[in-house]
Design a protein around this ligand. Structure first.
Ligand code: CTP
Ligand code: MG
Length: 247
């Protein structure tokens, strides 16, 4: 199915510039982590969730959102297994689905994938570990780029957040109404992401979130409210919750 045919599925959501942004966008799915906290004995992205590899859920949502090209960063040494696991998704991306080797840190994996993203104008970065991100969340996040250098999915913080010292004594209570828990997808204008990632290895290693690198480079970042289902699968409990939501 070509980009024109897909446009007719969402006639009211992507008009004018937003539609063009989608056609000129590539997604980077980072799936190169080892999944130590899940403890499944293999990389988390390839653990089976409700009948398919965890990473395949994100690829299906990106294809349904109309993203034309996706690059997946996979753990070094797992290329063959990854190719087999993702073979079924290849036909869903009109401009292709590419696999690259990820790096030692998440940001290095993003950087490797970005190098294979071609000449896209906008980039969506997504954690394979968030299998329940819906197509509409990808589209809304991308549309947020109209007002900022980066747009990031985030959840309002519902617990009161206190800051404590090393002695566990509370030093401050934060204003919850202004706090957001940051997630993926995160959308970037491609030149801004390239510039943000062009930093020394120690800075890259310290980044738990690509948007922080954009903030550091002086760029503007807009939050896009995401639903509770967009949680990250980190522990066996999270995997069980995801399984129960998908089955
Ligand atoms: N990731 C990556 N490359 C790395 C580390 C992480 O592509 N070197 C990806 C993971 O595959 C995941 C996302 O970044 O999709 C978020 O990371 P996390 O949830 O921490 O996954 P893991 O690093 O695999 O898990 P753990 O920290 O428990 O080992
Ligand atoms: Mg990790």
């Amino acid at each position: 199915m070509g980009p024109t045919a897909r446009a007719s599925e969402h006639p009211t959501e992507f008009v004018g510039g937003h539609r063009q942004m989608l056609d000129r966008c590539a997604a980077l799915v980072v799936a190169a982590g080892s999944g130590e906290r899940l403890g499944a004995g293999r990389p988390k992205a390839f653990v089976v969730l409700a009948g398919r590899p965890l990473v395949a859920w994100s690829l299906a949502a990106l294809a349904a959102a109309g993203v034309p090209r996706t690059v997946v960063a996979v753990p070094p040494g797992h290329g063959a297994a990854a190719e087999e696991a993702l073979a079924g998704a290849a036909g869903d991306f009109p401009l292709g689905l590419a696999l690259v080797e990820g790096g030692a840190t998440r940001s290095e994996s993003v950087r490797s994938a970005l190098a294979a993203a071609g000449d896209a104008d906008a980039i969506l970065v997504h954690d394979a570990a968030r299998p329940l991100a819906a197509p509409e969340l990808f589209r809304r996040t991308l549309a947020g780029l109209a007002q900022a250098d980066a747009a990031i999915a985030a959840a309002r913080v519902s617990d009161t957040v206190k800051e404590a010292g090393p002695d566990c004594l509370v030093v401050r209570t934060h204003d919850r109404s202004r706090l957001w828990a940051v997630q993926t997808p995160q959308a970037f204008h491609a030149p801004m992401l390239r510039r943000a990632l062009d930093v020394p290895a120690d800075v890259l290693a310290a980044a738990t979130d690509d948007a922080w690198l954009v903030e550091r480079a002086g760029g503007s970042v807009r939050v896009i409210e995401s639903p509770p289902s967009n949680f990250k699968v980190t522990t066996p409990h999270d995997l069980a919750v995801a399984e129960s939501l998908l089955c």
